[in-house]
Design a protein around this ligand. Structure first.
Ligand SMILES: [Zn+2]
Length: 49
């Protein structure tokens, strides 16, 4: 099983990236990604579609 996720900027709440991964129990991913809206790297968290 695969699931599709969005990576949402924790500062502006913009959904900047879409990703997919194997469905696994639990752990929420938090990644530093470049946000075009904030124009800097910010923590992004997973959000389900
Ligand atoms: Zn942002």
């Amino acid at each position: 099983m695969r699931e599709y996720l969005f990576l949402e900027c924790t500062e502006c709440k913009n959904r900047n990236y879409r990703t997919e991964r194997e469905t696994k129990a639990g752990n929420k991913l938090e990644l530093k990604k470049f946000c075009r809206v904030c124009r800097k790297h910010t923590p992004h968290v997973e959000k389900k579609k």
